[in-house]
Ligand binder design. Structure first.
Ligand code: DC
Length: 224
């Protein structure tokens, strides 16, 4: 059976960084499921579709012409031959993703596409419901959290590095609003799987989180 490691948690907890590092060091594939929701919302907007219209967004999700080109450094996200890697990473794109992600029809439309990422020798799946819904059979489930203030601080630094303006207070508010929407939706809410291991990264460096996850993989005989 393909080894699957799931990394779920709220936005800004460090899932993306940790998942990429794990994939790089194990040679496993990487699924950035958030990018799929981000691209779905973006594709809808580009086609002039109202992102509040569930059935129209479901049609978009089912026919999404998206390709992920993953290298060691990053993943290029190509939508209908257009590189949208940067466009899907804005705060606004994250909010829009959170809106379409609350529709059960959109979630089931994207299910098979996500499962298809599970290939030998293994997969690291980053998201909100990887361990609960998409890969309940995963051999290791991590639920990575950090305080909203710490997550806002990390996001602030990221935006600053990318040359974008950011305001700390509004970032904290946006993070809380997104947590609330992601945690309270009826379908696949953000919640740890019963068998997930909670890792609070508030006071940990990326290296420390990485070490922790690696030792869990080692304990379970999951290192290739
Ligand atoms: O991880 P991210 O910030 O790229 O995710 C963007 C939004 O997509 C997030 O607000 C919630 C949603 N999402 C989801 O509902 N389920 C996932 N597996 C991944 C993301």
């Amino acid at each position: 059976m393909t080894t699957i490691i799931t990394v779920d948690g709220p936005s800004g907890a460090g899932k993306g960084t940790i998942s990429r590092k794990l994939a790089e060091e194990t040679g496993f594939s990487l699924l950035d499921s958030g990018a799929l929701y981000r691209v779905t919302a973006l594709a809808a907007l580009k086609q002039g579709v109202d992102i509040q219209d569930e059935s129209a967004v479901v049609t978009i999700a089912l026919n999404l012409p998206v390709v992920f080109e993953t290298t060691i450094e990053d993943t290029k996200v190509v939508l209908a031959d257009e590189d949208v890697s940067r466009e899907i990473r804005t705060e606004k794109a994250g909010m829009n993703a959170s809106i379409v992600a609350a529709f059960p029809g959109v979630r089931s439309a994207l299910l098979q596409r996500q499962r298809a990422f599970a290939q030998e020798p293994g997969l690291v799946a980053d998201g909100r419901d990887m361990g609960t819904v998409v890969f309940p059979q995963a051999q290791l489930k991590i639920f990575l959290t950090a305080s909203p203030e710490e997550r806002a601080k990390r996001r602030y630094l990221q935006l600053e590095q990318a040359g974008q303006n950011a305001d700390m207070q509004s970032l904290i508010e946006e993070i809380r609003a997104r947590d609330e929407r992601d945690s309270s939706r009826a379908t696949a809410p953000l919640t740890p799987a019963d068998d997930a291991i909670l890792v609070d990264s508030t006071a940990l460096s990326i290296g420390e989180v990485n070490q922790r996850v690696f030792s869990l993989m080692k304990d379970r005989g999951l290192l290739p």
